[in-house]
Ligand binder design. Structure first.
Ligand SMILES: Nc1ncnc2c1ncn2[C@@H]1O[C@H](COP(=O)(O)OP(=O)(O)O)[C@@H](O)[C@H]1O
Ligand SMILES: [Mg+2]
Length: 213
């Protein structure tokens, strides 16, 4: 099992939405997915989703779940609250990849780049950026590019299209989960492949630097 955490101090960048989307994308590809809710907020009441959803706000629960899950196939996904340095240190060690979602917004970019830098100064080598809510319109894209220009190219693992319907993934299922609309399914599947590739890249890089050492 591979471990992936969505992190970043800034709220509202899509950590929760993308954690669900990734779990869904994995499930649609037949890979088991385990969603870890670690935010202070109350967990959702989820019904009938094709992936497992755990209340892992207690660090002990999270650690137990992660050590158990490592022996299984699939993806272990942490939706991180983002403002706990000790937790950050744990996820950078325990997870294969830490993803910081960036919304095209100057303040988000600045805060998240600072966070990324801090994690790397503390020894993390598996932190990557994912551009979220990327406009599909060409003119709008040109406009947001100026906000994203400070993010080092080699750190960006991919782009997630701006898709309002992803909000449905962050809502309680009342009474049960309905199949998401096609754009959400497509986004989820694409995100799964983006993350899968990034996990493999990081592993290859780590392997290579270990050999060189
Ligand atoms: N790709 C996207 N396109 C459009 N809206 C998005 C996208 N990703 C997230 N959002 C919206 O942005 C808001 C914040 O997302 P959320 O996942 O709650 O962020 P976080 O967990 O980082 O606080 C929500 O309203 C969510 O629906
Ligand atoms: Mg959240």
């Amino acid at each position: 099992m591979k471990g992936v955490a969505f992190a970043g101090k800034k709220g509202g960048t899509g950590k929760t939405a993308l954690s669900h989307a990734l779990a869904l994308g994995a499930a649609w590809q037949g890979a088991p997915a385990y969603f870890m809710h670690t935010d202070d907020r109350e967990p959702l009441h989820v019904n009938g989703r094709p992936y497992a959803y755990y209340d892992a706000r207690n660090p002990k629960t999270l650690e137990t779940l992660s050590s158990t899950a490592l022996n299984n196939d699939g993806l272990f996904i942490i939706d991180s609250g983002g403002n706990r340095p000790e937790f950050d240190r744990w996820i950078t060690k325990a997870m294969d990849l830490v993803i910081i979602p960036f919304m095209p917004d100057p303040e988000v970019v600045k805060t998240n780049l600072d966070h990324m830098k801090r994690l790397e100064e503390e020894g993390a080598c598996n932190v990557r950026a994912l551009i979220n809510a990327y406009p599909s319109n060409r003119i709008e894209r040109e406009y947001v590019k100026q906000f994203l220009a400070d993010i080092p190219e080699e750190k960006i693992i991919g782009y997630v299209a701006k898709t309002e319907a992803v909000r449905t993934l962050r809502m309680d299922d009342d009474p049960t989960f309905k199949t998401p609309v096609t754009r959400v399914n497509n986004l989820s599947r694409k995100l799964y492949f983006t993350v899968k590739d990034a996990v493999e890249m990081v592993a290859t890089k780590e392997g290579a630097s270990q050999e060189a050492a």
